[in-house]
Write a protein that binds this ligand. Structure first.
Ligand SMILES: Cc1cc2nc3c(=O)[nH]c(=O)nc-3n(C[C@H](O)[C@H](O)[C@H](O)COP(=O)(O)O)c2cc1C
Length: 185
């Protein structure tokens, strides 16, 4: 079941550093790319940062709409993650081409991608200098949700391998989330 995630706990979806799929839309155009370089930036209101290269079609759609979704894929979407990160939506509708499901988001126009473990709907905090110099985008998370089989009550549940998230190395190599280690301070 897909359940909303309390906004002040939304950072937990990204805290362990998963690769994300960045979905975007403007008018009838929509797109999706992979991003390894994203991270939480603030708790409440929740903010994130993500690097979006200036040569990507995603960048064009985000510049035009000011919105995007960070989708958190798991194991079964590893190949699609590599594929959407190795091709441009300027040439192909990557959703149709790679069999990705576009679901309506709650607040933003960019779609959520079906089969992901979690979703962070984001609105860009305009900062043209850092975008121009570093391809870095800061954004406020305006809605968040997760599949309750993977994340519920503010906590990940990685007991099932199916829901392990992906961590990108390079050259088509990923780690998946592994052993949990709990310590006390
Ligand atoms: C696993 C993976 C992670 C990536 N991480 C990033 C990233 O953090 N930032 C970025 O700008 N591009 C990243 N890329 C490259 C983009 O996904 C790639 O340029 C994509 O083709 C852009 O698609 P678009 O032109 O349809 O927007 C990554 C690619 C892969 C495969």
């Amino acid at each position: 079941m897909i359940l909303p995630v309390e906004l002040k706990k939304a950072y937990r979806l990204l805290n362990h550093g998963p690769v994300v799929l960045v979905s975007s839309a403007h008018g009838p155009a929509r797109n999706v790319m992979a991003a390894a370089w994203s991270m939480p930036l603030d708790f409440d209101p929740p903010k994130i940062s993500v690097v979006i290269d200036k040569n990507t079609y995603t960048r064009e759609l985000i510049d035009a709409s000011g919105e995007f979704v960070l989708n958190i894929p798991c194991r079964r979407l590893a190949q699609a993650t590599l594929q959407v990160g190795s091709s441009s939506g300027r040439d192909t509708d990557k959703f149709a081409h790679y069999g990705l499901e576009a679901l309506p988001a709650e607040i933003v126009k960019a779609p959520r991608i079906g089969g992901c473990a979690g979703w962070l709907e984001c609105r860009v905090i305009p900062n043209p200098d850092i975008a121009a110099q570093h391809d870095l985008f800061l954004a406020e998370v305006v809605a968040a949700a997760a599949d309750s089989r993977a994340f519920a009550d503010g906590h990940w549940n990685f007991s099932s391998e199916e829901w392990h998230t992906l961590h990108y190395v390079a050259g088509g190599n990923f780690f998946v989330t592994g052993e949990t280690l709990e310590v006390s301070a």
